[in-house]
Write a protein that binds this ligand. Sequence first.
Ligand SMILES: Nc1ncnc2c1ncn2[C@@H]1O[C@H](COP(=O)(O)OP(=O)(O)OP(=O)(O)O)[C@@H](O)[C@H]1O
Ligand SMILES: [Mg+2]
Length: 616
Amino acid sequence: MRFEFASIVVRLVRFLAPYRARVATAYVAMITGTLLALIVPAIIGWAVDVGLGTAAGAEAAMAVPGALAAWAPAVARAVGGAASAGREILLAAAVVVVAIAAVRGVLGFAEMYLGAWLSQRVAYDVRNRFFAHLQHLSFGFHDRAQSGDLMSRAISDISKVQTFLGEGLLEAVNVPILFASVAVVLFRAEPALAVVALSPLVLLVFVTLRFGQVIEPRFKAVQDQEGVIGTRAQENFTGMRVVKAFARERWEVARFTDANEDFYRRRTRAIAAFADFFPTMNAIVVLALVVTVAYGGRLVVDGAVTPGTLVSFTFWIALLGAPTQNLGFLVNRSSEAVAAGRRLFEILDTPSDIVERPGARALPPLAGRVTFDHVDFGYGERPVLHDVTFEAEPNQVVALFGPTGSGKSSVVNLIPRFYDVSDGAVRVDGHDVRDVTLESLRRQIAMVLQDTFLFSATLRDNVAYGCLDADEAAVVAAARAARAHGFIEALPDGYDTIVGERGVTLSGGQRQRVAIARALIMQPRILILDDAMSAVDTETEHEIRAALSELMRGRTTFIIAQRLLTLKNADVVLVMDQGRIVERGTHADLVAAGGLYARIYELQLRDQERLAGAGR
Ligand SMILES: Nc1ncnc2c1ncn2[C@@H]1O[C@H](COP(=O)(O)OP(=O)(O)OP(=O)(O)O)[C@@H](O)[C@H]1O
Ligand SMILES: [Mg+2]
């Protein structure tokens, strides 16, 4: 667990690698600033001892003020002179303190600016990587993943990594450096007093470690729940029509409130840990000051240390106050970032199940022969297809027919290699689909998927989606063939009409026709229509099919449909049942054979024949 924590931190830090120079500059600025800050208490102590004459002539306990003593008259003259040696020293001390503050201001700007720049830049890089990786993950991954959860990772988790890697990490490095150098300075100034002053601070280490242990699981819990809330909300917004149709608003609100309340409770638990932590840390610093003053005061009275030294000590201890407070944020930020990083790496480390073989070659232009060779397939453990074997010749129209859930969509999903077979092989023109590059394969196949998805963009862009260099004429030709041109032209904005999210501003049939146009414009060698015309009327389907048979000359077409005309026009019908091809042949053969197809024909399809006959 600890080891994993460290390894995630290391992996997060690696995101900074491309920006080494800026990282180095930021750290140099920060460390220089911290070291300069340490000089100020020494100067003040010196000013007290020498300037106020409380320990006149005492040899300077500290090297820096020692050197300063020599310059003091010159510095004082430069700013206008002083009446006495004591005033000279006070003036010189003041000037140097102001100068240090000015330099620290510049360094602080560099540190803050670069810290913020780095965190924004890393967030930019990680967002891009995350998005790109999701594009390459397989259908299998996206079947399981929930888009709300992915959104929460892409937005909220990345922003947590972002704050940590910039300012957070700088602070994480700064705090130990500050503590260590304060300890060194204290010991050099007065070892006995240093031991007393620092001893309460040892508690800090324990309290901070303990806080880390308590807070980390609580933050992981918060972030997980954030994913749940994201998923609930996203699902609800997507399914709003179903919610309303079933009048389940109240139930949905209750369900969301539950998740939200859980989120709130987890957050409060995390905050409670904070509320505990901050006063404790504050008390420890105050304790250190108290013992310093109590013990140091006695040493001053005994004449063992100068008053200036005691003053310096209190200033040094006070320097630790703010960073100690920050320690809480720091621990919190790093544990948040590690929890977030873990969730990001969970995705980034997921390999795609569908990967190209090393040395996979681009598929040459296809004739369109598709072969299934004893294919077995399952989405997970459960087998879905058993021993599916067939061959589709170029130019053929193959219809897949069978009861719902019999595996028709599963068969066609294997052709563009959305999933891999568990046994056997799928070949196009004799090439195993696993041996060729995915892009060259999928460029030659166009699909109209069973559930139509349109992007919230113009109709033109939706049609041209797979073929971005398509000109207006190509878009119109595809839309005409899909019988979409007519209704698109009738819209006030024509092809510039922006369809709502997922195309909801269109009717189901219109949506399908746009999706068909989107497939046709690709001029694919293999065309797959998965229930692509279920929402268009018989008449329109007939027209589309007429246009298709023009367009599809020399192309192989797979068509999943329940309509008699489609089946009659297919060169071969594959009848599927429970993941097997149980019959095959032309419509006429199958009716004559008197099997499953013939039975379904008698029960359902015959009616269509009469209707279709009447319709024409
Ligand atoms: N993405 C998936 N993950 C897991 N199982 C799936 C997935 N898609 C389909 N299945 C399962 O595989 C089996 C075959 O489904 P498939 O979608 O191929 O049927 P179909 O013949 O296309 O049905 P329909 O006519 O209803 O579209 C079903 O039992 C289904 O539950
Ligand atoms: Mg299906």
